[in-house]
Design a binder for this molecule. Structure first.
Ligand code: NDP
Length: 456
């Protein structure tokens, strides 16, 4: 039996990698994690957490409007980007320190280095030119943003990675993409006062979300002043003084301070030696794994975005935990990827769980749809033009609630709770039997009585 330096070496100290390594160490294993950037990964360092802080900042512009209608004297107010970024950086540093402390307290080692696999059990640490061996290797390297090669001058554009560290708030910004990051950053930029254009190549933003949610969000973005260009694409970017001239495929031009691409993220699998270790990847270079997150090389596992299953932080954390339970706690554990709630922290935000109307109609014979839209109470006094949209998708035969979709204030908070009911296979009758909590927006979810559509 060969002896190794470690029972587990994890490559990548993001959400999934940290959870797996920490648990392995807690179960008494010799565990180490190698990270070339900062401990915490995308979510903590340049994703979910700093993004939400910027979202909070951007929403004050609407709060000022509402406050005045509630009788507050709102004096001239100014936003300072440098203060926001400095305070955000302080908070992220605090979180990173907590992640490091927790790993250390569990007995795990951290190597601040870049890892390359020499063979399935040997990890070369590039910066320190050191080699360590491991019985098991866990790939948790996440994903990375990309800019299409087809864009001439694409190196002049930024991605979300750089957006968190801009020296100043751009006056004029173009965001390319129609998914989570593009919608969230369009809301951040416009809320903070930037003239914002959203460019999307498809015929509607947010593919994969419910059809009505997509159009609702499109309108809400426009109401806030975002110029939404659909079926549109960037051809080239040229520097023009301190600004950038963006030429679109249709020949139109825009002069902007920044252009940010948010056109998806790719599995971060380049240059870590997976090819030579028998680890198979799909055409997107995502690591292929079984339900226990084991790759095609038996001692190499992978969790999180690098496997391109459901690319969300809580899913990576679950996959990391399931890996550790399976290998180090004698408790084979798989992750159920069904009915995972999700949110897009645009302004307003989207919360969704379960099936969209279209998917439900394709899967089930008889579908009932319940829907409502109304102005949130907080905006009634100011007359701010926004709506909360809610939709419930029900299997008419079993009465089971298959999906719930919300656009509007606190949608994410509501959907987290609704997700419990959906996961428990609650019926529409269960929703109806729940007494409303008044006055809230959420009460509408238990007061929806009129079918707006039935496929039966
Ligand atoms: P998404 O997959 O959400 O969206 C990518 C967008 O880019 C889509 O609108 C897509 O359009 C478009 N696109 C794809 N290829 C091109 C191209 N070549 N040219 C122009 N547009 C293109 O990716 P994001 O980058 O927004 O986010 C990455 C992932 O990170 C998300 O999928 C999500 O899993 C996660 N995330 C989660 C968040 C949350 O939970 N709140 C927040 C941020 C990220 P189409 O699909 O119509 O082809």
């Amino acid at each position: 039996m060969p002896t190794y330096d470690y029972d587990l070496v994890t490559i990548g100290a993001g959400s999934g990698g940290v959870r797996a390594t920490r648990l392995a160490a807690t179960y008494g294993k010799r565990a180490a994690v190698v990270e070339e950037y900062r401990v915490g990964g995308t979510c903590v360092i340049r994703g979910c957490v700093p993004k939400k802080l910027l979202v909070y900042a951007s929403r004050y512009s609407e709060d000022f409007v509402d406050a005045a209608a509630f009788g507050w004297h709102v004096p001239h107010h100014e936003f300072n980007w440098q203060t926001l970024i400095a305070n955000k950086d302080k908070e992220i540093a605090r979180l990173e320190a907590a992640y490091r402390r927790n790993l250390g307290a569990a007995g795990a080692e951290i190597f601040e280095d870049r890892a390359v696999l020499r063979d399935p059990h040997t990890v070369h640490l590039l910066k320190s030119d050191k080699t360590i061996t491991a019985e098991t290797v866990l790939i948790a390297t996440g994903g990375r943003p990309w800019i299409p090669d087809s864009v001439d001058g694409g190196d002049l554009a930024i991605t979300s990675n750089e957006a968190f560290h801009l020296e100043k708030l751009p006056h004029t910004v173009m965001v390319v993409g129609g998914g989570y990051i593009a919608i969230e950053f369009a809301g951040i930029f416009v809320g903070l006062g930037a003239r914002t254009t959203l460019v999307h190549h498809g015929d509607e933003i947010l593919r994969g979300f419910d059809r009505e949610v997509r159009t609702q969000m499109h309108h809400e973005l426009q109401k806030r002043g975002v110029d939404v260009l659909i079926k549109s694409a960037v051809a080239s970017i040229r520097r023009e003084g301190a600004r950038k001239r963006v030429r679109m495929v249709d020949g139109t031009e825009h002069l902007v301070d920044e252009i940010m691409f948010a056109v998806g993220r790719r599995p971060n699998t380049m240059g870590i030696g997976l090819e030579h270790c028998g680890v198979e990847m799909n055409e997107r270079r995502a690591v292929l794994v079984d339900k226990y997150s084991r790759s095609t090389q038996p001692n190499i596992y992978a969790v999180g975005d690098v496997t391109d299953r459901v690319n969300l932080t809580p899913v990576a954390i679950r996959e990391g935990a399931a890996f550790a339970e399976t290998l180090y706690n004698n408790a084979p554990t798989t992750v159920d990827h069904a009915d995972i709630p999700t949110a897009v922290f645009g302004t307003p935000e989207i919360g969704a769980v379960g099936l969209t109307e279209d998917v439900a109609c394709a899967k089930y014979k008889n579908i009932d749809i319940y829907r409502t839209a109304f102005r949130p109470m907080r905006a009634t006094m100011s007359g701010r033009d926004t709506q909360i949209f809610m939709k419930i998708v029900v299997d008419a035969d079993s009465d089971r609630v298959l999906g719930c979709h919300i656009v509007g204030e606190a949608a994410a908070e509501m959907i987290q709770c609704v997700a419990i009911a959906v996961k428990m296979k609650a019926t529409k009758a269960d929703f109806d039997a729940t007494v409303a909590l008044h006055p809230t927006a959420g009460e509408e979810l238990v007061l929806l009585r009129t079918k707006v559509k039935a496929t039966a």
